[in-house]
Structures are given as structure tokens and as C-alpha cells.
Design a protein around this ligand. Structure first.
Ligand code: TRP
Length: 465
């Protein structure tokens, strides 16, 4: 279908290697990433990336969706490694952050200078100038607003995050980290530390001082999924009390004769006395809540057979447990959610990459130069004009058409018409390229204007030039 492009290459998720994801469907099966379709149907005003299936997968986005719909606190967080120029691929992450901020979320953007320095050998000075000039200014120009609960930071300067990274280091051991990243005896310690920093980036919006715990979504390219996995697991392991639902045991809440579920509290790293106190407190809280359910809801809603009702009950209890944990001074982290988007194909075929200038258009690219790159780009056109008229073009293989779908057209109808015109052989690549080149020049001119204005906003994020 129109928005379901598959670029060819192997399936391997490697956050630092050359990554290509061939069959996105395999990600669902092999990596346990969930399909975004079910979420999409529940969003009233999805972002165009969602509508166009550019965002195709997620982990645990339900919690964020629920918070968004109930106007409860949630946050969005992602990071950028300052190792080269920011291009339209990075802009997708920026737009996703901004969209969630506009939906009412707290927003966090990290410049991953610790990662760039340790993994790519970028000097601290260069990290800083690339961070500001390539990423931060564009992020602000695109609409990232300075408001309470929104942060742009350099990893190396974020001490609550770094403290948390150290703490997380006690949860992850070498075998686990190497299994995910293929670390070996030669891997530098700072590289490993930067992995913990990324986990801490992801979790620190849930620290008490930032108003957590709360649902947090991390929009990333699918290649970053290993980081997400390496964060969800320890976050969950760090929980002191976990909810376990048993259907087979005599239930403490069965007195009303209807809710046949049994909630047991599994305690970790707590003394038996603490456990007992926690259990008692929880039961009080939970029973109180269930009484409120009786008042407002049909009790059949929390019958064990009713999936939705059960989920609500579990969520309630989960919330109570998190409160219990934080009251006792624990983190009580919720597993972070994530969103995955498709990669853009490079203008030269292959992957769009910061290190290959011809493959991408930078957000700071001279507009005329960008136009020229478009004119040289690989399209889905045929060998000759005659052939194209006869067979029609192949928009699904066209990097120019992709630019329209991803970034340069708000109008789904227009895209469908262009697609049809191209396929039927009525539209030639020259016309299309000229049109897209013009659009990109206009876009960049405006964006670069907005970047100039963004310089004045830097101090509001505590950044001095
Ligand atoms: N590793 C990411 C990259 O290479 C950057 C990053 C750092 C990040 N911290 C993060 C991404 C937290 C998402 C969330 O681009």
C-alpha cells in the first residue's frame, strides 16, 4: 500500500552499526515490538507519521495513550548523538517530541555528548557546538517550546541523570549488556557507561524531583530498540513490589462474590516486616478503591473474564503499588514506552546517513544545494521516457516521493493522486523532482529563518552561547 514501504536489507538492530530494517513485520515477531495499528484507531488526532504508518510500532504505548486521554501527567524523551549534521531523519524524532509536548506531556531532549565522546571520539567542544547548532536550534525552530516541565540538556551536565546512571549500573551486569550490544573484552568502559547514561536519560523523567513516576514515551528509530529493552527490563526489576494476578487461589476480594481474582504482592529486597506492612497498606488502599468501583461501575467490569475491566483493576493496583514504593523511598519506575518509525531511504538509494552527504539533506543545508540534491536523487522512474509512459513509475521505490510522504505534503489526497499519476505513466520524474526541489527549498528557507529566531530562546533552556 501507499505508506507501507519496505526498504531492502537485513534485519539487525544495532544502535552503532550500519542498520537496515528490511521487513518491519519481523520486528513484531522476533523482537516483540507491538504493531501500532490498535493504538492508531484510538487516537482522535494522530500525527501524520502515525496516520501514514511511518510510525509503525511501539512498546507499551497504552500507558501513554491513557495518560494523554485522561489529561494525566506523562512525558516524552529522546536523544541525539552530536556526531554529525542533523538531517530529515533526525527531524522525525524532533517532531515526535514536539507533538507529545503539544499533547500536554513534559518533554526532554538530550544531547548525547557522553555517547558521542566515548563511542565516536568527538571532542567535548565539538559535541557542544554540534549539539547546539545542529540539533538544539532546529528542535526549537520546529516548535519545541520552553515551558515548565520541558528540558533540553547535555548528558555530561545532567547530574541527576548521571547519578541514576550509576545506580542503574548496579542492575545491569556485563553478560546482559554484552548479550544486547555484543560488547567484548576490548570494549571501553566509557562506552558501557554511555549505555547506562542512555538508560538513565530514559528513566530520569520519572524521578521524584521531575514529578515521576509517570508514563514516558521514547520516540526512536527501530535501531535504538536495544536501548529500550535494556531499560525496560532493569526498570521493572528495580520495582520492590510487583503485582501478580492469580485466578486459581482463594481471593481476598472474593467476599463480594464477584471478583474472583487474587492479587498477591511479591516483595523483593524488603524485610518480612516491611512486606507485611506493605501488604496491609496495599490491601487497605486496594479495597478502598474497589469499593469506589462498586459505587461508580458495574461490578461485572472487574470480573476476571472481562479483559478491559481486569486491566483497569490491575492499573489501579499498579498505581497504588507505585505510590507505596515511592512513599518508601524507592524509584517505582514504570517501564518506559517507545515508538518506532521507519527509516527514510537515502537520496542515493541505501540508508540515509549523516556520514554520506549525498544521501541526506541537512536541516542547515543551503536551500539551493538541497534542491540540486533532489534533482540528482534516485527515483522510481524507468530507464527511458517511453518505458515510463508504458509501464508507469514505481513511487514505492522513489526517494523523492518518500520525501513528500514523510515531510513535504500535509495532504493525503494529494499524495494518492501523485501516486496514481506516477503509476499510470502520466507523471514524469523531471516534473516531480522540480516540484519537490522547490518545496524543499521553501521548507529549508523558512526553517533556517526560524533557527535564527531560536537563538534568542536558548537562554530559556539555560543554554548560553
Ligand atoms: N543513542 C542515541 C543515538 O544514537 C541517542 C540517545 C541518547 C537517545 N540518549 C537517548 C535516544 C535517550 C533516545 C533516548 O542517536
Amino acid at each position: 500500500t501507499l505508506f507501507n514501504r519496505h526498504s531492502a536489507m537485513e534485519l539487525k538492530l544495532d544502535p552503532w552499526g550500519a542498520v537496515h530494517v528490511d521487513d518491519y513485520n519481523k520486528l513484531f515477531v522476533e523482537f516483540g515490538i507491538s504493531n501500532f495499528d490498535q493504538i492508531l484507531s484510538k487516537l482522535e488526532h494522530p500525527h501524520p507519521y502515525m496516520r501514514r504508518k511511518i510510525i509503525f510500532g511501539h512498546r507499551g504505548y497504552e500507558s501513554v495513550l491513557a495518560a494523554m486521554q485522561r489529561h494525566e501527567p506523562f512525558a516524552v524523551m529522546s536523544g541525539f548523538m552530536p556526531s554529525g549534521r542533523a538531517h530529515f531523519g533526525h527531524m522525525m524524532v524532533m517532531n515526535e517530541i514536539i507533538w507529545h509536548q503539544q499533547q500536554g506531556g513534559d518533554a526532554y531532549a538530550a544531547v548525547a555528548d557522553m555517547e558521542a565522546h566515548s563511542v565516536r571520539g568527538v571532542s567535548w567542544e565539538r559535541c557542544r557546538s554540534l549539539g547546539i547548532n545542529e540539533y538544539i536550534l532546529s528542535l526549537i525552530a520546529l516548535g519545541f517550546a520552553p515551558k515548565e516541565g520541558s528540558h533540553i540538556y547535555f548528558q555530561s551536565k545532567n547530574y541527576p541523570m548521571r547519578d541514576l546512571a550509576f545506580e542503574l549500573g548496579s542492575e545491569a551486569n556485563f553478560s546482559e549488556v554484552s548479550a544486547i550490544y555484543g560488547f567484548s573484552g576490548e570494549t571501553h568502559i566509557s562506552h558501557m557507561e554511555s549505555v547506562m547514561a542512555q538508560s538513565a536519560d530514559i528513566l530520569h523523567p520519572q524521578l521524584k524531583q521531575f514529578g515521576g513516576p509517570k508514563p514516558v514515551v521514547i520516540p526512536v528509530g527501530a535501531d535504538q530498540d536495544p536501548h529500550i529493552k535494556l531499560t525496560r527490563d532493569p526498570a521493572y526489576r528495580m520495582r520492590k513490589f510487583l503485582v501478580e494476578l492469580r485466578t486459581d487461589l482463594k481471593a481476598p476480594f472474593q467476599s463480594n462474590g464477584r471478583c474472583a481474582s487474587y492479587i498477591s504482592i511479591r516483595g523483593k529486597a524488603a524485610s518480612p516486616e516491611q512486606m507485611q506492612a506493605a501488604e496491609a497498606a496495599l490491601k487497605d488502599l486496594a479495597v478502598g478503591k474497589i469499593k469506589r468501583y462498586e459505587e461508580h461501575l458495574d461490578l461485572t467490569d472487574i470480573q476476571i473474564k472481562d479483559g478491559a475491566g481486569l486491566a483497569a483493576l490491575l492499573e489501579t493496583i499498579e498505581g497504588l503499588i507505585i505510590k507505596l514504593e515511592t512513599d518508601q523511598g524507592h524509584y517505582g519506575f514504570m517501564p518506559p514506552a517507545s515508538l518506532y518509525h521507519r527509516f527514510m531511504t537515502g537520496l542515493t538509494g541505501g540508508k540515509m546517513s549523516s556520514s554520506k552527504p549525498e544521501s541526506h539533506i541537512a536541516l542547515t543545508e543551503e536551500p539551493k544545494e538541497a534542491g540540486k540534491k533532489i534533482m540528482r536523487a534516485i527515483t522510481g522512474g524507468r530507464q527511458s521516457l517511453a518505458e515510463q509512459k508504458k509501464l508507469g513509475g514505481e513511487p514505492e521505490k522513489c526517494s523523492i516521493y518518500e520525501f513528500l510522504v514523510f515531510h513535504l505534503s500535509d495532504d493525503d489526497k494529494e499524495l494518492l493522486e501523485l501516486d496514481a499519476e506516477c503509476r499510470s505513466g502520466r507523471r514524469m520524474c523531471g516534473t516531480c523532482k522540480k516540484d519537490v526541489a522547490e518545496r524543499i527549498e521553501r521548507f529549508l528557507t523558512e526553517h533556517q529563518q526560524a533557527r535564527k529566531a531560536a537563538v534568542d530562546i536558548l537562554p530559556e533552556f539555560g543554554i548560553k552561547l
